[in-house]
Write a protein that binds this ligand. Structure first.
Ligand SMILES: [Fe+2]
Length: 263
């Protein structure tokens, strides 16, 4: 099976549409799943949900999704400084005010975790597990530089064994590591990358018997359309700059310990 994994779309419809076109044009993807954080930071929360429903794409709940659905007091995002905290609150309030009842119900119904069995459940074989953050909370950041021991505990808590694949998003930075035979895959972000590359990020995961391959794809999209729509909305204009620069300005100025954090 060859899966396309898309995460952290964050209401960025032009980015989502470009990624779905890219997946379709490949012609070699068997199934597409999302890894949550469908809304927030851009002005198309309902359109993103309708696009996913129309395309039949299932997935798991990100922190933004579950907090919007549950009317939680904040989005569960990490704040890098007081300005970022203020912006996050503005985005969260805007999103909660603009999601339709249908979108809110859809977000609330998302599962926390999905397990896939590429070889079928009737035989022993690898399991591909999808979560947004980690196995306990969708707010936990699994950064690339987490120590092996952190990933070993994560894999054990998920019941993963050598040959299995654990996939997640949330940090908005793509990476792939193998620890004790278990693959850990961060898909990056479709609609709000934070690694200095403005292009949408997604992963194509190929699992055949015991062979696993991970391909990180970057897709150009009409970032100016997204930026201009943000500026035309009541969302903070800062979010337009973030998209244009792939979060690079903030990454360059943020304390090293906080880089690649955020929603
Ligand atoms: Fe996110």
């Amino acid at each position: 099976m060859r899966y396309a994994l898309i995460s952290d779309i964050h209401a960025n419809l032009p980015a989502l549409e470009a990624v779905l076109r890219n997946i379709s044009a490949r012609g070699d993807v068997d199934a597409t799943y999302h890894l949550g954080d469908l809304v927030g930071y851009a002005p198309w929360p309902n359109e993103v949900i309708e696009t996913l429903i129309g395309a039949g794409i299932s997935g798991v709940a990100g922190n933004y999704d579950s907090t919007v659905a549950a009317d939680y007091k904040h989005c569960g995002c990490q704040y890098e400084d007081p300005r970022q905290e203020e912006l996050s609150h503005l985005s969260y309030a805007w999103t909660r005010a603009h999601v339709s009842p249908r979108t809110k119900t859809f977000l609330g119904a998302l599962p926390f975790r999905i397990d896939l069995r590429p070889n079928g459940g009737h035989v022993a074989g690898p399991t591909v597990t999808l979560v947004h953050g980690n196995q306990t909370l969708n707010t936990v950041y699994v950064h690339r530089d987490r120590p092996d021991t952190f990933l070993e505990k994560m894999g054990a808590a998920l019941g993963a064994r050598a040959g299995d694949v654990v996939c997640f998003g949330h940090t908005h930075v793509p990476w792939h590591r193998v620890v004790q035979g278990i693959h850990y895959v961060n898909t990056g972000s479709v609609g709000r990358p934070k690694d200095g590359d403005w292009r949408a990020s997604y992963v194509v995961l190929d699992v055949r018997d015991k062979a696993v391959s991970v391909e990180v794809i970057r897709v150009e999209y009409d970032v100016e359309a997204a930026a201009n729509a943000i500026i035309a909305s009541e969302l903070p204009d800062d979010f337009a700059d973030h998209l244009r620069h792939g979060g690079a300005e903030r990454a360059a100025t943020a304390p090293a310990s906080h880089r690649a954090g955020g929603p």
